[in-house]
Design a protein around this ligand. Structure first.
Ligand code: ADP
Length: 229
């Protein structure tokens, strides 16, 4: 099956009796190993789509399949299990624990999976090595540059061996050079390890670095350079 598949997916939020349609019928298929960006104006539905693809939320209409499983047919705990096993998340603001070493930040997702401490440390060290931070294991976030902090966050996303990494504006808090270094790393991880990467960006130069660009506007995909027919 595709890594992610949306068929006529809608997501409507209702607040104080007023309905807002954030997604109005999205068809999208992300294959294993893809490298794609989602671009579009503010309010177009990008974050909503990322939350759905990451099993943080469910559609209000249509069908969403993650690794072939229809999320509407899963219980909350099954959905959480699918998210924990299949997906890694990267955020614009890194979202690292401030008083915690790089290695313990990276190991955190494994705590929720019941991995023993020694094994967590081993795997966190390996993930930090993969992102070029073998020499920063015991540093706290405040002792690291922005680019290094984002690489720690990428290592945390990878530590559980996900099939898909979802990154919401991963270069948004970085200067241009550092942002491109983070893109070099994501491109390398995609090519070497086959992990599918889907990122949201406002920056055309960043979007141009992915093989596929998905343009979204007013809750609909208006252009998809890699749509499989
Ligand atoms: P983007 O990420 O492209 O800026 P969003 O997915 O955040 O777009 O938002 C799409 C639309 O859905 C916007 O109109 C936004 O105001 C609305 N929206 C997003 N999240 C919520 C929410 N939790 N409750 C109500 N409306 C929301």
């Amino acid at each position: 099956p595709a890594a992610l598949e949306a068929i006529d997916v809608t997501r409507t939020y209702t607040m104080e009796g007023v309905a807002v349609s954030a997604l109005r019928g999205v068809d999208l298929r992300i294959e294993e190993g893809e490298f794609a960006s989602i671009v579009g104006p503010s309010g177009s539905g990008k974050s909503t789509l990322m939350h759905l693809l990451g099993c943080l939320d469910r559609p209000t209409g249509g069908v969403l399949r993650v690794a072939g499983r229809n999320v509407s047919e899963l219980s909350e705990s099954e959905l959480a299990e699918l998210r924990n096993r299949r997906v890694g998340f990267v955020f614009q603001s890194f979202q690292l624990l401030a008083r915690t070493s790089a290695r313990d930040n990276v190991a955190l997702p494994l705590v929720y999976r019941g991995v023993a401490r020694g094994e967590r440390r081993r795997r966190a060290t390996e993930a930090l090595t993969r992102v070029g931070l073998r020499h920063r294991l015991d540093h706290r976030p405040s002792q690291l540059s922005g680019g290094e902090q984002q690489r720690v966050a990428i290592a945390r996303a990878l530590v559980g061996d996900p099939r898909v990494v979802l990154a919401d504006e991963p270069t948004g808090n970085l200067d241009t050079t550092t942002g491109h270094e983070v893109m070099d790393l994501l491109a390398h991880l995609n090519a070497e390890q086959g992990v599918a990467i889907v990122l949201v960006t406002h920056e055309p130069d960043i979007a141009a670095r992915t093989r596929r660009q998905i343009h979204i506007r007013d809750g609909l995909i208006e252009l998809d350079t890699g749509a499989s027919s």
